[in-house]
Design a protein around this ligand. Structure first.
Ligand code: E4P
Length: 222
């Protein structure tokens, strides 16, 4: 499981880089909204410098129309970093933009995926990553794991180099089920990441081991 962090919060990213196998960072305009009135370009550059050039950074376009998406993508690459994965929602204009941007050599993360057909079309247009929205699909009574499984099958059957980067999680169970269904990558927000190790049994085990050592050896170190 390649773990990508779905946040633009600098403190959270710094913390996760210390102890998690972070493979990259994703953002979207709603995630950015949580950081307040930031300088978009400077903030994204700071995230890039924090995670380094070997991890993936996925930044979403703002515009909803074809021309605007293309303009946003060019600006992101010019002003922030040439290796950014441009996140483009899979709408009609989004697919047209993905087609153009891939032909120009951009790296693309196709996002806002609610259905298998969106995923298959974006795969065929050469998207590097597909972001199926697990929790949002569940809310709509659609089965995200069946979609992921079928898309993974298609990727393998067509020898495509597209990766599935499942997104939109509200709990750990959804993350694990997405991985079991064939998602090689997941992008997880801090509300769920912070639950990964938040189990009272873990801290109890650590305290018990420490107490057992101290009972016999006092404060002597190894
Ligand atoms: C990430 O790429 C997605 O934009 C994000 O995970 C959507 O999450 P949400 O459904 O919690 O808004």
């Amino acid at each position: 499981m390649k773990l990508i962090i779905d946040t633009a919060n600098i403190d959270k990213i710094k913390d996760y880089l210390n102890y998690l196998p972070v493979d990259g960072v994703t953002t979207n305009p709603s995630i950015l909204k949580k950081e307040g009135n930031i300088d978009f370009v400077e903030h994204m550059k700071e995230i890039r410098s924090l995670i380094g050039s070997d991890k993936s950074l996925h930044i979403q376009t703002i515009a909803t129309d074809y021309d605007g998406i293309i303009k946003d993508a060019r600006k992101i690459v010019e002003l922030i970093d040439k290796n950014v994965y441009i996140k483009v929602p899979v709408s009609k204009d989004g697919l047209a933009a993905i087609k153009t941007l891939k032909a120009e050599g951009f790296k693309i993360t196709a996002t806002a995926i609610y259905s298998e057909i969106q995923a298959l079309l974006a795969t065929e247009l050469g998207a590097d990553y597909l972001a199926p929205y697990v929790n949002r699909m569940t809310n709509l009574n659609s089965d995200p794991y069946e979609v992921i499984n079928n898309v993974a099958y298609n990727i393998a059957a067509t020898n495509s180099e597209t990766h599935i980067l499942a997104a939109s999680f509200k709990n750990i169970d959804q993350v694990l089920k997405a991985v079991q269904a064939g998602s090689t990558h997941v992008t997880v927000g801090s509300d769920v990441v912070d639950l990964f190790l938040k189990d009272a049994n873990i801290s109890k085990a650590v305290t018990d081991f420490s107490n057992d050592w101290n009972d016999v050896h006092g404060n002597f170190e190894i």
